[in-house]
Design a protein around this ligand. Structure first.
Ligand code: 5GP
Length: 212
């Protein structure tokens, strides 16, 4: 357990993977289990899928609004992924971090790179790999939210996406969602314990020394 007397710098926790490797499910499970971390909700120009809610899964915006957000400097990072644009609104992230919460980002390698350039010390990144390409295809088809040509394009893009694995701090091969969730929780727990993130340590230790 983290000692609540010690202040901590908020952590930007990035999960990336090719579509279908299980990242969205893992993100949801992590948010449900741990109330010290909140999800960053991205803006996107893609259409919503059945079951997705505006403002919860994404902020669905048109190209004009997206351009405006870029011009206003509202994004912490933004990138084109497949045929659409995606971006992380900065102000909710800043608010959560200053409230002492960690923030979870389900973003691609381009976004992960930009976050690291902006705030390397505050970013921990995890790349989720599928156990095999057959399994990835099976999961994409089972999802059945996208038309088949989109699934095929996503399969061909998966190899590109996976080529960025070495830019991440941690790699999890998602054989089973429960095991992967345990792994991700352990990574998060260890990252929170990093000396540099426990900003009130010096004062805490001085107090310990004066007590003795
Ligand atoms: P999907 O359309 O399947 O929800 O997401 C497609 C890809 O875009 C995923 O790899 C997802 O991680 C990525 N993505 C979602 N939001 C953002 C964002 O705000 N920034 C970046 N760079 N990538 C994002």
């Amino acid at each position: 357990m983290m000692n609540s007397a010690i202040q901590r710098r908020g952590l930007m926790f990035v999960l990336s993977s090719p579509s279908g490797a299980g990242k969205t499910t893992l993100s949801r499970m992590l948010i449900e289990r741990d109330n010290g971390i909140v999800m960053s909700v991205s803006a996107t120009t893609r259409q919503s899928r059945p079951g997705e809610t505006d403002g919860a899964d994404y902020f669905f915006v048109d190209d004009g609004r997206f351009d405006q957000m870029v011009t206003n400097g509202e994004f912490l990072e933004h990138a084109k992924v497949f045929d659409h644009r995606y971006g992380t609104p900065a102000s909710p992230v800043k608010a959560a971090l200053s409230d002492g919460l960690d923030v979870l980002f389900d973003i691609d390698w381009q976004g992960a790179q930009q976050l690291k350039e902006a705030a390397r010390e505050d970013v921990a990144s995890v790349f989720i790999l599928p156990p095999s390409m057959d399994e990835l295809e099976r999961r994409l088809l089972a999802r059945a939210q996208d038309p088949e040509d989109v699934v095929l394009r996503r399969m061909s893009k998966a190899a590109d996406e996976m080529s960025h694995w070495a830019e991440y701090d941690y790699i999890v091969v998602n054989e089973s969602i429960d095991t992967s969730l345990e792994a991700v929780c352990k990574i998060l727990a260890a990252e929170r314990m990093k000396r540099t993130r426990q900003s009130g340590l010096a004062e805490f230790v001085i107090n310990l020394q004066t007590e003795s």
